[in-house]
Design a protein around this ligand. Structure first.
Ligand code: BG6
Ligand code: MG
Length: 215
Protein backbone atom coordinates (compact mmCIF):
# COMPACT_ATOMS: atom_id res chain seq x y z
CA UNK A 1 0.00 0.00 0.00
CA UNK A 2 1.32 3.42 -0.97
CA UNK A 3 1.79 5.75 2.01
CA UNK A 4 4.06 8.41 0.58
CA UNK A 5 4.74 10.32 -2.60
CA UNK A 6 8.15 11.55 -3.77
CA UNK A 7 7.86 14.35 -6.30
CA UNK A 8 10.14 15.51 -9.01
CA UNK A 9 9.70 19.28 -9.35
CA UNK A 10 10.82 20.66 -12.73
CA UNK A 11 8.16 19.71 -15.28
CA UNK A 12 5.94 18.03 -12.67
CA UNK A 13 5.05 20.69 -10.11
CA UNK A 14 6.66 23.76 -11.63
CA UNK A 15 6.56 24.94 -15.19
CA UNK A 16 10.34 25.31 -15.10
CA UNK A 17 11.49 22.61 -17.53
CA UNK A 18 11.07 25.26 -20.25
CA UNK A 19 13.34 27.66 -18.29
CA UNK A 20 16.05 24.99 -17.96
CA UNK A 21 15.65 24.34 -21.70
CA UNK A 22 15.92 28.04 -22.55
CA UNK A 23 19.06 28.52 -20.45
CA UNK A 24 20.73 25.34 -21.79
CA UNK A 25 19.84 26.30 -25.36
CA UNK A 26 21.69 29.59 -24.84
CA UNK A 27 24.69 27.68 -23.48
CA UNK A 28 24.62 25.20 -26.39
CA UNK A 29 24.71 28.11 -28.84
CA UNK A 30 27.68 29.55 -26.99
CA UNK A 31 29.77 26.34 -27.13
CA UNK A 32 28.67 25.53 -30.69
CA UNK A 33 26.44 22.50 -30.07
CA UNK A 34 23.31 22.26 -32.23
CA UNK A 35 20.17 22.39 -30.07
CA UNK A 36 17.67 19.63 -30.92
CA UNK A 37 14.44 18.36 -29.29
CA UNK A 38 16.24 15.05 -28.61
CA UNK A 39 19.02 16.84 -26.72
CA UNK A 40 16.44 18.86 -24.78
CA UNK A 41 14.69 15.62 -23.69
CA UNK A 42 17.96 13.91 -22.76
CA UNK A 43 18.75 16.75 -20.33
CA UNK A 44 15.48 16.47 -18.40
CA UNK A 45 16.03 15.38 -14.80
CA UNK A 46 19.80 15.30 -15.28
CA UNK A 47 22.06 17.22 -12.84
CA UNK A 48 23.67 20.53 -13.79
CA UNK A 49 27.20 19.25 -14.46
CA UNK A 50 25.97 16.05 -16.15
CA UNK A 51 23.77 18.21 -18.41
CA UNK A 52 26.74 20.37 -19.37
CA UNK A 53 28.77 17.26 -20.21
CA UNK A 54 25.93 15.96 -22.44
CA UNK A 55 25.78 19.29 -24.30
CA UNK A 56 29.55 19.40 -24.82
CA UNK A 57 29.60 15.77 -25.97
CA UNK A 58 26.70 16.29 -28.39
CA UNK A 59 28.82 18.85 -30.23
CA UNK A 60 32.12 16.98 -29.86
CA UNK A 61 33.43 19.64 -27.45
CA UNK A 62 34.05 17.48 -24.38
CA UNK A 63 37.81 18.07 -24.50
CA UNK A 64 37.69 21.77 -25.35
CA UNK A 65 37.28 23.08 -21.79
CA UNK A 66 39.20 22.73 -18.51
CA UNK A 67 37.34 21.76 -15.33
CA UNK A 68 37.41 25.41 -14.18
CA UNK A 69 35.98 26.56 -17.51
CA UNK A 70 33.22 23.93 -17.27
CA UNK A 71 32.28 25.16 -13.80
CA UNK A 72 32.17 28.72 -15.18
CA UNK A 73 29.88 27.61 -18.04
CA UNK A 74 27.54 25.81 -15.64
CA UNK A 75 27.49 28.88 -13.37
CA UNK A 76 26.61 31.10 -16.32
CA UNK A 77 23.71 28.80 -17.25
CA UNK A 78 22.50 28.80 -13.66
CA UNK A 79 22.65 32.61 -13.39
CA UNK A 80 20.47 32.85 -16.51
CA UNK A 81 18.11 30.19 -15.14
CA UNK A 82 17.77 31.89 -11.74
CA UNK A 83 16.75 35.15 -13.45
CA UNK A 84 13.88 33.25 -15.09
CA UNK A 85 12.96 31.52 -11.79
CA UNK A 86 12.62 34.88 -10.07
CA UNK A 87 9.63 35.63 -12.32
CA UNK A 88 7.70 32.57 -11.00
CA UNK A 89 4.43 32.98 -9.12
CA UNK A 90 1.84 30.43 -7.86
CA UNK A 91 0.24 30.77 -11.32
CA UNK A 92 3.23 28.78 -12.66
CA UNK A 93 2.26 25.64 -10.74
CA UNK A 94 1.43 23.15 -13.49
CA UNK A 95 -2.32 22.52 -14.08
CA UNK A 96 -3.92 20.26 -11.50
CA UNK A 97 -0.86 19.85 -9.31
CA UNK A 98 -1.97 22.16 -6.48
CA UNK A 99 -5.26 20.22 -6.31
CA UNK A 100 -3.37 16.90 -6.33
CA UNK A 101 -1.04 18.03 -3.52
CA UNK A 102 -4.09 19.21 -1.53
CA UNK A 103 -5.78 15.85 -2.11
CA UNK A 104 -2.71 13.93 -0.94
CA UNK A 105 -2.28 16.11 2.15
CA UNK A 106 -5.95 15.77 3.11
CA UNK A 107 -5.69 11.98 2.74
CA UNK A 108 -2.66 11.88 5.05
CA UNK A 109 0.06 10.83 2.61
CA UNK A 110 3.70 11.66 3.31
CA UNK A 111 5.16 14.09 0.76
CA UNK A 112 8.81 14.76 -0.04
CA UNK A 113 10.59 16.47 -2.89
CA UNK A 114 13.08 14.41 -4.91
CA UNK A 115 14.37 17.04 -7.31
CA UNK A 116 17.87 17.06 -8.77
CA UNK A 117 17.77 20.85 -8.66
CA UNK A 118 19.82 22.85 -6.19
CA UNK A 119 17.31 25.64 -6.88
CA UNK A 120 14.36 23.56 -5.58
CA UNK A 121 13.90 25.41 -2.24
CA UNK A 122 13.86 28.72 -4.11
CA UNK A 123 11.34 27.50 -6.72
CA UNK A 124 9.01 26.10 -4.02
CA UNK A 125 9.18 29.44 -2.22
CA UNK A 126 8.12 31.41 -5.32
CA UNK A 127 5.28 28.93 -5.93
CA UNK A 128 4.30 29.15 -2.22
CA UNK A 129 4.43 25.36 -1.88
CA UNK A 130 7.23 24.94 0.69
CA UNK A 131 4.88 23.92 3.52
CA UNK A 132 3.45 20.96 1.60
CA UNK A 133 6.63 18.91 1.91
CA UNK A 134 7.99 17.28 5.07
CA UNK A 135 11.42 17.16 3.46
CA UNK A 136 13.52 18.00 0.42
CA UNK A 137 16.21 15.52 -0.57
CA UNK A 138 19.43 17.53 -0.89
CA UNK A 139 20.95 16.73 -4.29
CA UNK A 140 24.32 18.07 -3.09
CA UNK A 141 24.58 15.06 -0.74
CA UNK A 142 24.05 12.44 -3.45
CA UNK A 143 26.92 10.61 -5.06
CA UNK A 144 25.01 9.94 -8.29
CA UNK A 145 22.21 11.80 -10.05
CA UNK A 146 19.17 10.45 -11.90
CA UNK A 147 18.89 7.89 -13.55
CA UNK A 148 20.66 6.39 -10.51
CA UNK A 149 18.01 5.36 -7.89
CA UNK A 150 19.83 7.05 -4.98
CA UNK A 151 17.62 10.16 -4.79
CA UNK A 152 14.42 8.07 -4.60
CA UNK A 153 15.93 5.70 -2.03
CA UNK A 154 16.78 8.79 0.05
CA UNK A 155 13.23 10.09 -0.41
CA UNK A 156 11.81 6.89 1.13
CA UNK A 157 14.24 7.19 4.06
CA UNK A 158 13.18 10.81 4.60
CA UNK A 159 9.57 9.60 4.96
CA UNK A 160 10.61 6.60 7.10
CA UNK A 161 8.87 4.28 4.66
CA UNK A 162 9.98 1.09 2.91
CA UNK A 163 10.42 1.67 -0.83
CA UNK A 164 7.40 -0.48 -1.72
CA UNK A 165 5.16 2.02 0.10
CA UNK A 166 6.41 4.96 -1.96
CA UNK A 167 5.30 6.32 -5.33
CA UNK A 168 7.51 8.64 -7.38
CA UNK A 169 6.16 11.22 -9.83
CA UNK A 170 8.28 12.19 -12.83
CA UNK A 171 8.23 13.86 -16.25
CA UNK A 172 11.67 12.61 -17.38
CA UNK A 173 12.89 9.23 -18.57
CA UNK A 174 15.95 9.51 -16.29
CA UNK A 175 13.56 9.98 -13.37
CA UNK A 176 11.36 7.00 -14.24
CA UNK A 177 14.49 4.84 -14.37
CA UNK A 178 15.53 6.16 -10.95
CA UNK A 179 12.11 5.37 -9.39
CA UNK A 180 12.00 1.90 -10.94
CA UNK A 181 15.57 1.22 -9.84
CA UNK A 182 14.62 2.17 -6.27
CA UNK A 183 11.74 -0.35 -6.33
CA UNK A 184 9.01 2.27 -5.98
CA UNK A 185 5.80 2.79 -7.96
CA UNK A 186 6.58 5.00 -10.95
CA UNK A 187 4.08 7.59 -12.14
CA UNK A 188 5.10 9.20 -15.43
CA UNK A 189 3.66 12.41 -16.83
CA UNK A 190 4.23 13.23 -20.48
CA UNK A 191 4.13 11.45 -23.79
CA UNK A 192 6.98 9.19 -24.83
CA UNK A 193 7.92 7.96 -21.34
CA UNK A 194 8.82 4.28 -21.21
CA UNK A 195 8.43 1.79 -18.34
CA UNK A 196 6.26 3.91 -16.02
CA UNK A 197 3.84 1.83 -13.92
CA UNK A 198 1.20 4.55 -14.22
CA UNK A 199 1.09 6.99 -17.14
CA UNK A 200 -0.52 10.34 -17.81
CA UNK A 201 -0.15 12.69 -20.75
CA UNK A 202 -0.80 15.87 -18.76
CA UNK A 203 -0.43 17.00 -15.14
CA UNK A 204 -4.13 17.96 -15.16
CA UNK A 205 -5.08 14.25 -15.42
CA UNK A 206 -3.34 13.21 -12.19
CA UNK A 207 -5.47 12.32 -9.14
CA UNK A 208 -5.65 9.48 -6.60
CA UNK A 209 -8.63 7.94 -8.39
CA UNK A 210 -6.91 8.16 -11.79
CA UNK A 211 -3.81 6.46 -10.34
CA UNK A 212 -5.86 3.70 -8.66
CA UNK A 213 -7.69 3.11 -11.97
CA UNK A 214 -4.36 2.10 -13.56
CA UNK A 215 -3.20 -0.25 -10.80
C1 BG6 B 1 16.30 18.83 -12.69
C2 BG6 B 1 16.00 19.41 -14.07
O1 BG6 B 1 15.15 18.87 -11.92
O2 BG6 B 1 17.32 19.59 -12.06
C3 BG6 B 1 17.28 19.52 -14.89
O3 BG6 B 1 15.06 18.58 -14.72
C4 BG6 B 1 18.33 20.29 -14.11
O4 BG6 B 1 16.96 20.17 -16.11
C5 BG6 B 1 18.55 19.64 -12.75
O5 BG6 B 1 19.56 20.31 -14.83
C6 BG6 B 1 19.57 20.40 -11.89
O6 BG6 B 1 19.04 21.65 -11.58
P1 BG6 B 1 19.86 22.90 -11.04
O7 BG6 B 1 18.78 23.92 -10.79
O8 BG6 B 1 20.53 22.47 -9.77
O9 BG6 B 1 20.83 23.29 -12.08
MG1 MG C 1 11.46 16.84 -14.17
Amino acid sequence: EIKGFAFDMDGVIADTARFHGQAWHQLADKVGTTWTPELADALKGVSRMDSLELILKAGGHENDYSQDEKVALATEKNDNYVKLVETLTPADILPGMKAFLDELKAAGYHLVLASASKNAPKVLKYLQLTDYFEGIVDPAKLSKGKPDPEIYVEAAKTMNLPVNEVAGVEDAQAGIQAINGAGELSIGIGSGLKDADVKFNETSEVSLDAIKAQL
